[in-house]
Design a protein around this ligand. Structure first.
Ligand code: HXC
Length: 257
């Protein structure tokens, strides 16, 4: 499929989506949202793919929603269009989404990174929710996902002051999974994606589903859901293979990858 605002390609068993509006610091237009979601859904349905990486340039993962596009919006238009609700498609992708964040991840950019399952930051990454400086507030999940991820105090600090935090602070407060040297960002992230893609896909999908559940349900139902998924994993041939391989002291040959 031909895209105008992103590049979509495969690297081994990884689907790679690169945000591609470098002159606008990868500002997220609505077209870009649709294209990212479409590319991610296509990889989700592609049997050769086991993980999906989302990245930008070394200057910007994405510097937010496209302010120039949003500037003229009025309330009724935003409400009737349910502006930015289209991102829900990305959150329904079942395969692991890994964000490789270099440079700015601001506003909607930070929010899209938080929609991903693993967040790898380059040393030069900067995160923030500067919407308050524009007279608005986050609208793609920033107040909710940030609060669940890093707690109330830091979330309020970022959302109410609009300040940025660097990769170290983001890692120390739990927003970021790992920090890597800026020059190695894509290579290191692709290695992580390939590692995930090498495991049994049913196990990977169920593991992601169970962790996502932790953010959406009370503990008791999350634990029950996890246990059911765990029980179901014993119906897969990859469980038989994985455990047999361990006992026989050899590497597993998963069939469903
Ligand atoms: C549209 C943007 C943009 C954005 C940058 N650009 N961010 N265009 N929307 N969010 C454009 C600039 O206008 C400029 O275009 C070009 O990218 C380069 O940016 P500069 O500002 O010249 O670069 P620099 O001085 O290096 O500063 C980088 C920056 C700054 C710190 C990232 O651009 C910035 O503060 N951007 C806005 C960040 C922001 O407020 N994001 C939140 C958006 S609201 P020209 O044509 O002038 O060269 C949001 C809401 C989400 O995300 C929730 C939905 C409701």
């Amino acid at each position: 499929m031909a895209y105008e605002t992103i590049k979509s390609e495969t690297r081994g068993r990884t689907g790679l989506i690169t945000l591609n509006r470098p002159k606008a610091m990868n500002a997220l237009s609505q077209q870009m949202m649709r294209e990212i979601c479409q590319a991610a859904e296509d990889f989700d349905h592609d049997g050769r793919i086991g993980a999906i990486v989302l990245t930008g340039t070394d200057k910007a993962f994405a510097a937010g929603a496209d302010v120039k596009e949003m500037e003229a919006y009025e309330y009724s238009e935003a409400y009737l269009q349910d502006l930015w609700a289209g991102w829900d498609r990305l959150t329904r992708v079942r395969k692991p989404l890994i964000a490789a964040v270099g440079g700015y991840a601001l506003g909607g950019g930070c929010e899209v990174a938080m929609m991903c399952d693993i967040l790898i930051a380059a040393e030069n990454a900067k995160f923030g929710q500067p919407e308050i400086t524009l007279g608005i507030l986050p609208g793609m999940g920033g107040t909710q996902r940030l609060a669940r991820s890093i707690g109330k105090a830091k979330t309020m600090d970022l959302v109410l002051t609009g300040r940025m935090m660097d990769a170290k602070e983001a890692e120390s407060c739990g927003l970021v999974s790992r920090i890597v040297p800026t020059a190695d960002l894509l290579e290191e992230t692709l290695k992580i994606a390939e590692k995930v893609a090498d495991f049994s896909l049913p196990a990977v999908l169920a593991a992601k589903e169970a962790v996502v559940e932790a953010f959406e349900t009370p503990l008791a139902s999350g634990l029950r859901h996890e246990r059911r998924l765990f029980h179901a994993s014993f119906a897969t041939e990859d469980q038989t293979e994985g455990m047999a391989a361990f006992v026989q002291k050899r590497g597993p040959q998963f069939k469903n990858r």
